[in-house]
Design a protein around this ligand. Sequence first.
Ligand SMILES: Nc1ncnc2c1ncn2[C@@H]1O[C@H](COP(=O)(O)OP(=O)(O)OP(=O)(O)O)[C@@H](O)[C@H]1O
Ligand SMILES: [Mg+2]
Length: 510
Amino acid sequence: MNNSRLKIASLELIDITKRFPGVLANDRVTFDVKSGEIHALLGENGAGKSTLMKVLYGLYQPDGGEIRIDGKSVTIHSPTDAIARGIGMIHQHFMLVDELTVTENVALGLKSSRGPVLDLDKVEARIRQLSQAYGLHINPKAPVWTLAVGERQRVEIVKALYRGADLLILDEPTAVLTPQEVDDLFATLNQMKRDGRALIFISHKLHEVVAISDRISVLRSGRLVDTVPNQGVTRAMLARMMVGRDVLLDRPHTALTPGAARLVLEDVDALGVIGQPALRRVTLEVHAGEILGVAGVSGNGQRELAEVIAGLRAPTGGRVLLDGVDVTSWTPGRRTDAGLGYIPEERMHDGIVQEFSVAENLVLQDYDHPPMSNGVFLNFGAIASRSRDLVRDFNIRTPSIETTTRSLSGGNIQKLILARELSRDPKVLVAAQPTRGVDIGATEYIHQRLLEQRRRGTATLLISEDLDEILNLSDRIVVIYEGRIMGVIAREQATAEQIGLLMAGVAEGR
Ligand SMILES: Nc1ncnc2c1ncn2[C@@H]1O[C@H](COP(=O)(O)OP(=O)(O)OP(=O)(O)O)[C@@H](O)[C@H]1O
Ligand SMILES: [Mg+2]
């Protein structure tokens, strides 16, 4: 690629301030990025990272401060304006249109060079060129609804490149990716860097930040803590800068004697969203006081497994038992009443009602009663005080408990759901990717709470793609591959290499 074509050699944000009602999201933040550099942005949930990037992308107008491109002061009025200046953004939550193909999505909102009809063949050819140059494997003709998250993200990146992004903002791009996909993404980012593009990378995973970035900036409560070069930083230093205190990055795990089997699955079969076999004769037991880790690359039946236990998906064979009682035909609500807690993977969709207040979502428990119908009879004083306690204990950053849940930062919405489910002291807990998108302080807290529930006798099924999380917390580990349990490994015998092999379907453990 030809560097002289690049529109941005350096970009500076100077003293940027952005307020929302009751929140100072950015407080005189100064930040810069240069051509050929990857600059990581770190900070706890609600620290103001996405807000700063939305100011840069023209989605928000700052209340104060200045943006300079190559030393010249500019105003970025809108995303269209940002794109015209060579700035692209991959959002925390994707913004593709499901019904359209990859090519149509890339072309969306662009005017054809020759009149009103867009030349989709040309767009497609360029997509193929870009995906070749950057190792972004996508099929331009595929409808977006058929794509997995990793593929969707590649489409977003191609779309940004297609529009000529010389500066690319990636807001938590790895949160939804498998370890292999993260490696592929990093290869793409390094290629862009070699081409002289400027990249801003946001992640909560410190090892990723250390692996990919040239410089690292840390935000805390809307303020810039510091900008440091990558050389010589350690994860512990970064954690301290983010949280303002030392953070335990590894958790001591004490041996407990597990009790009776509280959750049992016997030969469970289930179909997936498009009717494919998703679970094949899954048999497992989780005991009181035990965390059973389920490792695996996403899409191998984890979601169906969680849904079958929660009662959201009917198995086509086999049985589910809670405390020895066959609950296979029970509704989700009845299972909740019987002591089942569920932290769903797709928390933005399945876990909350976006329009409800924080307090309403914190008391939203039963899936089978419409939450509004019992609203009349609720004790509002009790709800308010309980909500305040949970907001404090789980460090949910919100101006008030009356705030609409939609306006919280991504990680804070996650903490809200975790607070609700864990505070009910469940007998059996299904936790699907419980710390995905959550900052290290909150991750530490969630891990502590999961271990505390374990001490209290909760039987926890921990489904996670994060191998460190699985290895740190689990008493036993099973690996799921193509809907089958590939092997059960005791904590003491578990190594990342061995689990990795099972995850790839390479070896049979048992
Ligand atoms: N549109 C909005 N309206 C009101 N408040 C908002 C809005 N967007 C963000 N906020 C608030 O601004 C603060 C910063 O949020 P932001 O989304 O920038 O955090 P973040 O660092 O990206 O967090 P996360 O790691 O959870 O994504 C939070 O307190 C959030 O609740
Ligand atoms: Mg964010």
